[in-house]
Design a protein around this ligand. Structure first.
Ligand SMILES: [Zn+2]
Length: 237
């Protein structure tokens, strides 16, 4: 895919083509119990998990939960290419730690794309339909509401190898030895490789070495140890 001739937003949509959805909530990893002062109850009681639920499942079957976008803290960062990328704040802190650790291992990564709103996705669909037709859109562009990028917790990485930024899919897939180092570090920082090889039928997506997802450290480590996708971990496979 050529990326130079369309603007960044279109590229992000085409590049990542993620059409995920969500639906049920898992236990948020670290939401805090609230004390019921009014009734004088001594014991901690649990209420509905506050947003964001870092285990939220958004894929082709599960749309983004209602109200999600109003409940998350989205911040902006500027990547090495000078592009502004929006991302959920906790996921960004974790990304910075991962990025730093990787530099110690001689690998340089940066953020190509993270949060993408439902309305941006709608715009993408309209734009691509106009340019390439409905068939193309059905095959390659996520249905608005069903992209994991709506959560703010899904990240597309690119590599900087020998000072050169690599962000085309074709270039990125030619660096398996670099991705291996990246992937080996993900769980310690709360990330999973969202679309691993061999799990295509479960995730609904081809292998994407660059697309990672923040779920929190405990869940990420459990998924890694057990070799589970988020769908499997959430009992939705
Ligand atoms: Zn992606």
């Amino acid at each position: 895919m050529k990326r130079g001739f369309v603007n960044k937003t279109i590229l992000m949509g085409a590049f990542c083509i993620l059409v995920l959805g969500c639906g049920r909530f898992g236990m948020a990893e670290d939401y805090e119990p609230e004390r019921d002062y009014e009734s004088g109850a001594d014991e901690d009681i649990f209420k509905e998990p506050a947003y964001p639920d870092y285990l939220v499942l958004v894929n082709k079957e599960h749309p983004l939960p209602d109200g999600w976008e109003e409940g998350i803290d989205i911040i902006e960062m500027t990547n090495s290419r000078g592009n502004v990328v929006e991302i959920e704040s906790t996921a960004y802190e974790a990304f910075l730690e991962l990025q730093y650790e990787l530099t110690l291992e001689g690998v340089s990564i940066d953020l190509d794309n993270a949060y993408r709103s439902v309305s941006e996705q709608e715009w993408l669909v309209d734009t691509f339909t106009e340019k390439y037709g409905e068939g193309y859109v059905e095959q390659y562009v996520a249905v608005p509401g069903y992209s994991e990028h709506h959560t703010g917790l899904a990240l597309d990485l690119y590599l900087i190898v020998d000072g050169e930024e690599m962000y085309y899919n074709e270039e990125l897939t030619e660096k398996p030895e670099v991705w291996e180092i990246v992937h080996n570090n993900l769980a310690d920082y709360g990330f999973i490789l969202r679309y691993p090889e061999g799990k295509e039928e479960i995730t609904g997506y081809s292998y994407e070495p660059w697309h990672i997802r923040y779920v929190g450290v405990d869940a990420a480590q459990q998924m890694m140890w057990q070799g589970l996708t988020l769908e499997e971990y959430m009992g939705e496979a």
